[in-house]
Design a binder for this molecule. Structure first.
Ligand code: HMG
Ligand code: MG
Length: 326
């Protein structure tokens, strides 16, 4: 890919919806995914195989995965559908569905051989950079979570499935504030890559990240020998710093960014944190720099307006609203 190509991971159907209190009909979630698939995005995070007691909104992720594997969702280019899976139970539930529909999706080997328009599937684990966030989000300490993730990552890879690994609260923690050690983030990321993760997504869960802290974090990642192509940045926009931090990351050579249509999102275990940086803002910003995302901004803005309306909340994308004259 040319250096001007930026890969956007659309996390709206998962990060965007997981924190919504009212149950969202599965038909609405599927409509969201199908509309996003038409915009030119190459990765859609579609659900979570987590405990429904912890995150009730993600309870119908099995149905969503079944739909993706059986309905041949139209898209201009092949899409990778990503699902969170924090433990053996999550990967077992996902694998049961995948095995039932073998041949309906591309394994990593198929994709390397050129693919044929079928979707790819990815499973994602999520570690934390602080012990208190790990306890709140996963009910275990960091070391225990990493042991569990080893099985998830290996389980995914054995089935030819791509594995993503998040590290949360990398630039600020709701419980430990700015006291997050970037060397610790790099150490956790290194362990996850050694287990076989294909990509590390660095989560600024609280949106507390600033330009200098982003710079310092990425410097520590390089110093630990982690390659830019193995890193994605996942900015929440709580303090309005997401695009500034994106600019810093771009300048350092990062080319994968997570964002959410309509700026939806938030983590149920990060009190006060708001949505991800909106995909509309991200695409507009990338285009202004001459970078190519492959995403149709007008189509994305329409989806942001529609889904926020469905959820009965304001459209949080300033670019989305400007594009629509709303
Ligand atoms: P636990 O309570 O310690 O787990 O939770 P357990 O193993 O003791 O099981 C408790 C119950 O949950 C049992 O059911 C299990 O069967 C069930 P019971 O016997 O009581 O009826 N269970 C499951 N059910 C379905 N799927 C599963 C599963 N696992 C256990 N996979 C656990 C541990 C990890 C399960 C829990 O803490 C959990 O589900 N946490 C998920 C929290 C979450 O989803 N957070 C949001 C996503 S992360 C995020 O948003 C950040 C990110 O966006 C990046 C960023 O912004 O930084 C990614
Ligand atoms: Mg998030």
């Amino acid at each position: 890919q040319p250096d001007t190509h930026v890969r956007i991971v659309e996390v709206g159907p998962r990060d965007g919806l997981q924190n919504e209190k009212k149950a969202i009909p599965v038909a609405t979630k599927i409509e969201l995914i199908e509309r996003l698939a038409k915009t030119g995005v190459s990765v859609i995070e579609a659900g979570s195989f987590v405990s429904p007691k912890w995150v009730p909104q993600m309870d119908n992720s099995s149905q969503i995965m079944e739909h993706i594997l059986t309905r041949n969702i139209p898209s201009p280019s092949p899409i990778t559908y990503s699902f969170l899976a924090p433990n053996a139970r999550g990967v077992a539930d996902a694998t049961t569905i995948l095995q039932k529909h073998q041949g309906a999706y591309l394994t990593q080997t198929d994709a390397f051989n050129g693919g044929n328009g079928k979707p790819m599937v990815e499973l994602a684990v999520f570690a934390a950079a602080t012990e208190s966030f790990s306890q709140k989000n996963l009910n275990c300490d960091i070391a225990t979570s990493l042991e569990r993730f080893r099985d998830v990552i290996q389980g995914a890879k054995q089935n030819g499935i791509r594995a993503r690994a998040y590290v949360s609260v990398v630039l600020g923690c709701p419980f430990e504030g700015y006291d997050v050690n970037p060397h610790k983030v790099a150490e956790i990321a290194t362990s996850l890559l050694e287990m076989g993760a294909d990509e590390i997504s660095l989560g600024d869960t609280t949106g507390m990240g600033t330009a200098p802290r982003t710079q310092e974090l990425l410097r520590c990642m390089s110093a630990a020998g982690i390659r830019n192509e193995d890193i994605a940045m996942h900015f929440h926009d709580t303090y309005g710093q997401a695009l500034v931090n994106t600019a810093v990351s771009l300048e350092r050579g990062i080319r994968t960014f997570d964002s959410s249509v309509g700026g939806l999102g938030g983590c149920p275990y990060s009190p006060g944190a708001t949505g991800n940086v909106s995909t509309e803002n991200m695409v507009y910003f990338m285009e202004s720099l001459g970078m190519n995302t492959g995403i149709d901004l007008d189509a994305m803005a329409d989806i942001g307006q529609w889904i926020t309306g469905e959820l009965g909340k304001p459209n949080d994308s300033v670019v989305g609203k400007a594009v629509l004259g709303a």
